[in-house]
Design a protein around this ligand. Sequence first.
Ligand code: OAD
Length: 266
Amino acid sequence: MLSNEMEFKNLIKLAKNIIVITGAGVSAESGIPTFRGAPKLRWRNYKPESLANMPAFVKSSSLVWEFYHYRREICLKASPNNAHLALSSFELRCLKENKQCTLITQNVDGLHKRAGSKNIIEIHGSLFETKCMKCHSIEDNFTSPICDGLANRGSPEEDSKLSDIPVEQLPHCDKCHGLLRPNVVWFGESLPEQALEDSIKLLNKCDLCLVVGTSAVVEPVASFPHQVIARGVPVVEFNIEKTPITNNSRYFFQGPSGSILPSLLS
Ligand code: OAD
């Protein structure tokens, strides 16, 4: 075993309170496109951030729903990969060894939960939750397609026809019939209060932080590792390439997380 690997395993042995921060890279090997790397999310001619915001939804809820319908369908067809599975086994092992292990994910694809992770904060929300624009109720929703109006829609091709689904054919709330939106954090919106509060408590308490498959450029999560490092707590990074946190990390393990995590966390 390489010395970095041994030292990392020793850090795990000593730690009592571990947080794991994940980003889109952890799901890349499940075939889910990332935002900035390869494979990159491409949908028609739009940048994801130009659709993932409230003004875009107000302007064309049909277009924004088609975009999210496309993403939901990709994720529903995908399966958790070895990185998701290694992280859920790691949580179980921590539990047996009386350590606390919490996963803070920026991913909205639901794959960590499907892999069995339980102690998880989905800090950017979930593609598989809806939120009513009228009564604000949040519900799980794994239906495919989410409504008849979106069946066979959402093609990513640039020459797809204009998005013209009448609003009454988009997803609506069972309780008050308000228009539903995906319960994901959009650009310009704050993170869910409870998720942020819980994350901050963990950042102030953890004694080891693992960061997997994130470009570490989207705030506030991009700052989380730096807050931990500022307390002198080790951060260990796993990514196929260097990021803004690599130079300040205790160890950097380079490679696809589905290949490197299983042995490093075993
Ligand atoms: P990004 O797409 O910005 O970054 C993906 C990271 O994963 C990059 O650093 C890649 O090098 C790395 N990567 C790719 N394949 C990998 C693999 N097989 N194993 C390990 N690492 C791999 O995704 P995020 O950092 O998650 O926000 O992006 C953060 C946020 O930006 C997202 O949650 C989303 C987006 O805008 C919202 O939607 C609110």
